[in-house]
Structures are given as structure tokens and as C-alpha cells.
Ligand binder design. Structure first.
Ligand code: CUA
Length: 383
């Protein structure tokens, strides 16, 4: 039974998880992976040597029936040769590892030549802000999806707005804590387009395990398109929906129930000005909601995916919205992700507040916020 249980544990490691530090994609992650393999194989070598030595010693030096039980084996305490051997060999191994480790540590701490993106950890989701023209004003603010381009060494400024979190995209770099009142600099890069998943890796309360994020890596051309679409989404959000439409009814509901926590740039930025919750950045900026692949701390997919994670499409080629879960999220969020809305951590339960008609109208309005995501070439899915 014990062997079976162990085997089960071992095989569990073979699952194709979304968090995989053993398949590095960017330079930083590769450097870390190289060190991990080097030290790992050295440890394996030491382990095999020690295990073999123990086996040989057990067999060769075991007490024979003819031995006098009071007769001790030769004592080697203070033997200079033995002491030197087991001091110098480990020292040499550690020096060897240090020589390889130090340059990597310094290289990882250096600044990249790409753009800087502000990362904020909050209970329990991540916000990413882009200052495109470096005028101190953030032009694009998004949640859950960190969008970057291939080949760019992106500098992250990692903050926290409440407790300590830790930012980790295993395939792109190691972990970096997000600490209130501090800015931690970190760098990520990727050679290839793709979606790389991450998690908060510092226990930060009730929904710590539900504080996920993803890095969407696009080719430079696709990244430019994403930037243009984000800016266009901001522009479009300022236009009022056609009167008497479900979108207009939804916008009115949004103004009543949502803007004390959520911003839509243009439409509700000024209306909510000075609101204490907004100043704390308590909830995601929803300006380009439809352009994000996930919602609720990246716990749920904005668009429907098939069994292999490929995106499903409507007959007209557009992505299939995951309307059911999005609607349920707006109706009763605490049911879908443990939170403490009473303590400004997570969304309120609106199931007693919003009618079915209200929810339909809100869904219609939310669908006007931004265009669908720009997906990495390798992940577009044919469906
Ligand atoms: Cu944030 Cu754990």
C-alpha cells in the first residue's frame, strides 16, 4: 500500500500542469533552470555516492558470528585524512556552485531594456498598468492578463495594495514578493508567443489560491494591435449606448451598483472621482473587460474553451463568450470565489439586488467594453 501511495504521488508529478518551472521560455527563467539543473544533478551525484557507500559499508563491515561482541571496530576520530576529505570535497562543490550562481543572481537583478509595467497585487487579483508615453499617467490598466511582446525584456514594478503577495510566472522567471509600501523590480521576457500561467505564491488570505494571472506574449505586430485596441476601447467607452437599448439599461445599472468600486475609463472615471474605494484601486478597471481572457482573479475564462484549452468560436469566427459564468459572477460572486466583500475584499453578492432582466442588461453593457482579446498566434484555436 505504501509503495502504491508513493507511486501515486510520483505519477501526480507527471500531470501537465499550467504552472511548470521545468519548461523555461524566457532568458531569466532559463538562467534559473540552468542553475536548478546543475545543483540538482550535483545533489543526485552526492546522493548516489552516499547510498552506494552505505550499501558497501553495510555488507563489507557487518559483524560476523565469530566476532567478539565487546570488540569495537577501529576508531578513526581525529583522523586528519578523513576529516580533510569530507571537508574539502563539499567545500569545493559549494565554491563551484557559487561561481555559477553569483553572476546569475546579478544578471537577474539588472534592468532590462524594455518597457516598464506596474504590477499591483490585491486581495485577490493582479492589476497591470502601462504608461505608454512615459508621462506619469497610465494609459492602459488591465487585470489578470499581463500582455507583453516577444523579445522584449520587460521591467516590472511590483507593489501591493494590502498584504504581502508574491508574483510568479514559472516559465518566465522566479518569484518576487509584492510588499505594501515597497516597489520590487523584476524582469520577464519570452522568446515565443503564448499564454503563460502564474499564481500568487505568498499566502494572502481566504482566496490566495484563487489569485491567479497569466502572461499573454504576442509578436510585436500583435502587441501593437493590442495597444491600439486598448486605446480604441477607452475611446469607445465614452460613447453612450443607444437610448432604450439593453446596453443603455445595463449602463444605468452599472452606474448605480458598480462604479463605487469599478472604473470604466472615460465613462465613469470622472463620475467616481474622489471615491475612497477607487483611490485604493479596490476592484478591476473594466474599460476593456472583453479583451481579457479571464476574470475573477483569472479563475474563470472569459471565453469558452474546448477540452484541449483551445478557444471555441461562433460561426462568424468570433470567440464564444462564457456568458453563463460571467453572468453568475455578477449575480453572486462570493459563491464562485471565497471573499470578504464586507471587508472590501472581493465582490458583493447581488443575487437579492439584481433581477434576471437587470443581469441580462448588465451583460449587454459589459459586452460593449472592449473588443475580444488578441491571442498569441500559437494559441488562437480553430474550434
Ligand atoms: Cu495574493 Cu496569495
Amino acid at each position: 500500500m505504501a509503495i502504491l501511495a508513493l507511486l501515486g504521488l510520483l505519477l501526480a508529478g507527471c500531470a501537465t500542469g499550467r504552472l511548470d518551472a521545468t519548461k523555461p521560455i524566457g532568458e531569466e527563467a532559463r538562467d534559473i533552470d540552468g542553475l536548478m539543473r546543475l545543483s540538482g544533478w550535483m545533489a543526485v551525484g552526492v546522493g548516489i555516492f552516499v547510498a552506494a557507500a552505505v550499501a558497501v559499508i553495510i555488507v563489507k563491515f557487518r559483524a560476523k558470528p565469530t566476532d567478539d561482541p565487546d570488540d569495537l571496530p577501529p576508531q578513526i576520530h581525529g583522523n586528519r585524512k578523513a576529516e580533510l576529505t569530507w571537508t574539502l570535497i563539499p567545500t569545493a562543490m559549494l565554491v563551484f556552485l557559487t561561481i555559477y550562481t553569483l553572476p546569475t543572481v546579478f544578471a537577474l537583478a539588472s534592468e532590462g531594456d524594455g518597457r516598464t509595467i506596474k504590477v499591483e497585487g490585491q486581495q485577490w487579483w493582479w492589476q497591470f498598468s502601462y504608461d505608454l508615453d512615459e508621462d506619469g499617467h497610465y494609459d492602459i490598466v488591465t487585470a489578470n492578463d499581463l500582455v507583453i511582446q516577444t523579445g522584449e525584456e520587460v521591467n516590472l514594478e511590483i507593489h501591493s495594495n494590502d498584504v504581502i503577495h508574491s508574483f510568479w510566472i514559472p516559465q518566465l522567471n522566479g518569484k518576487k514578493d509584492a510588499v505594501p509600501g515597497r516597489i520590487h523590480e523584476w524582469r520577464i521576457s519570452s522568446d515565443e508567443p503564448g499564454i503563460f500561467y502564474g499564481e500568487c505564491v505568498e499566502f494572502c488570505g481566504l482566496s490566495h489560491a484563487n489569485m491567479q494571472m497569466r502572461t499573454i506574449v504576442l509578436t510585436p505586430a500583435d502587441f501593437d494591435r493590442w495597444v491600439q485596441e486598448q486605446l480604441a476601447g477607452k475611446e469607445a467607452a465614452q460613447a453612450a449606448p443607444a437610448e432604450e437599448s439593453p446596453e443603455a439599461a445595463g449602463a444605468a445599472l452599472f452606474e448605480t451598483h458598480c462604479i463605487s468600486c469599478h472604473v470604466v475609463d472615460g465613462a465613469y472615471e470622472s463620475a467616481a472621482g474622489g471615491n475612497a474605494n477607487l483611490l485604493a484601486g479596490i476592484a478591476p478597471n473594466l474599460t476593456n473587460l472583453m479583451s481579457r481572457t479571464a476574470f475573477a482573479g483569472a479563475l474563470y475564462e472569459t471565453y469558452q474553451t474546448g477540452p484541449d484549452g483551445e478557444y471555441l468560436r461562433n460561426p462568424d469566427g468570433s470567440l464564444k463568450l462564457n456568458l453563463a459564468e460571467l453572468r453568475e459572477w455578477v449575480r453572486n460572486a462570493p459563491d464562485m470565489k471565497p471573499a470578504r466583500a464586507d471587508n472590501q475584499q472581493g465582490m458583493l453578492d447581488f443575487s437579492e439586488v439584481l433581477t434576471d432582466q437587470d443581469l441580462d442588461n448588465l451583460m449587454a453593457y459589459l459586452q460593449t467594453l472592449g473588443s475580444e482579446p488578441v491571442l498569441p498566434a500559437t494559441n488562437a484555436g480553430a474550434g
